[in-house]
Design a protein around this ligand. Structure first.
Ligand SMILES: Cc1ncc(COP(=O)(O)O)c(C=O)c1O
Length: 378
């Protein structure tokens, strides 16, 4: 079956020409400029592939393990460098899921797993995170949802879009649930490293023989355009299957992505970059919290980690119609409607982009739009 468009991507496609004057939805830290890397780039670098390893530059793979706290727990052979966490997820979903299998996903969550599972004719079971429970994943429901036919459990930690964060104890329980039936467990950690409430959670690849960690340099480091991410899994066959599929798609990584990501993840660069992303993210989050508290028509559960969370609109306001109202004159402000996540009563609020995001301007526009939006029956 064909891969069908999801409402999230549909909205991005439909609004790409809108030329907003403000964005209240940045999901990544402010992106560095190429010039910041020039001093460490070798002008003699061959623009052929890396010529050393089909699964990625060895020194980059070592950094990937280090940033995930997996050095000495997983080995470089457990790492595959990919075109972002998106490709890492894709390779796993395509190779693991077969017709007749079942997948368990969370909702709200990152839609990629459902999109691919649908195209592959896989039975999808959703476990619902409830706002009233702070968007925590209900583990009793997860336990009920996982059966002998479950091939894969697909989760995000921190969660996109709510910013919920699962700790070691929760992950251990999920491992036990997966292990009971021998299911694979993929935890997408693309937002890891930006925790506001509690420490960074351990990576699942270090906790379970069928645990798969995916991540990238896109979010905390703001390097989304490099298209460089990874998957980590202690199962050699899973990595090999992913390499085989990749060979038949993009074949190898792009060398500039690998080289710049390797520089960005060197400890002497990574630590200050993360300090900056955390300082700017938490400053914007504090402003967002104050602003939400002052709005009559909006509430939210603040993200415990990551740069996005869901704002709840008044009962009679449809998020899709509101997002389009906000994008039009005179507000000219972009954000993602919650309909992108099957949450039609919510909007996605982002605190990324650092100082350059000019959050105050976007929030002032959003306040005006919330005030002006026609009330039902009004
Ligand atoms: C949970 C999640 N996974 C994967 C991706 C894709 O990220 P990447 O740029 O690393 O491919 C995103 C991007 O928004 C995301 O939020």
């Amino acid at each position: 079956m064909k891969v069908k468009i999801h409402t999230l991507f549909q909205y991005l496609l439909e609004t790409v020409d809108a030329q907003p004057e403000a964005i209240v939805g940045f999901s990544l830290a402010e992106s560095p400029r190429l010039g910041e890397f020039l001093d460490d780039l070798d002008p003699d670098l061959s623009l052929d592939w890396n010529n050393r390893d089909f699964s990625g530059l060895p020194e980059l793979k070592a950094h990937v393990l280090a940033q995930a706290g997996l050095t000495g727990i997983c080995t470089p052979a457990d790492v595959l460098v990919t075109a972002g966490a998106a490709e890492a997820n894709y390779l796993v979903l395509m190779q693991l899921l077969q017709d007749g299998d079942e997948i368990v996903v969370e909702t709200p969550g990152w839609p990629q797993a459902e999109v691919i599972a649908k195209a592959k004719g896989v039975q999808i079971t959703r476990v619902t995170r409830q706002e009233a429970q702070g968007w925590a994943l209900p583990l009793d429901r997860l336990r009920d949802a996982v059966t002998d036919r479950t091939k894969l459990i697909f989760l995000t930690n921190p969660n996109n879009p709510t910013g919920d964060l699962m700790d070691r104890a929760a992950l251990e329980e999920i491992v036990e649930i997966a292990d009971r039936v021998g299911a694979w467990l993929l935890v997408d950690e693309v937002y890891a490293g930006l925790e506001w409430d509690g420490p960074r959670a351990p990576s699942i690849a270090g906790m379970y023989a069928r645990g798969i960690t995916t991540g990238s340099v896109s979010k905390a480091l703001g390097l989304q355009g490099l298209r460089t991410g990874w998957l980590v899994c202690p199962d050699a066959e899973l990595i090999r299957d992913a390499v085989i599929l990749r060979e038949n798609a993009s074949e190898i990584m792009n060398i500039m992505g690998e080289v710049i990501a390797e520089i960005a993840l060197r400890p002497e660069r990574y630590a200050p970059a993360m300090d900056k992303a955390r300082a700017e993210g938490s400053a914007n989050l504090a402003r967002m919290n104050d602003w939400v508290a002052a709005q009559e028509g909006l509430g939210w559960v603040a993200p415990r980690a990551g740069l996005i969370g869901l704002g709840r609109l008044l009962d009679d306001v449809d998020s899709d119609a509101f997002a389009r109202f906000l994008l039009a004159d005179p507000y000219r402000t972009f954000l993602l409607p919650g309909s992108s996540y099957d949450q039609p009563q919510h909007i996605r609020l982002g605190v990324g982009g650092g100082k350059a995001a000019n959050l105050d301007d976007g929030l002032a526009r959003l306040s005006r739009a919330l005030r002006d939006y026609p009330k039902a029956g009004g």
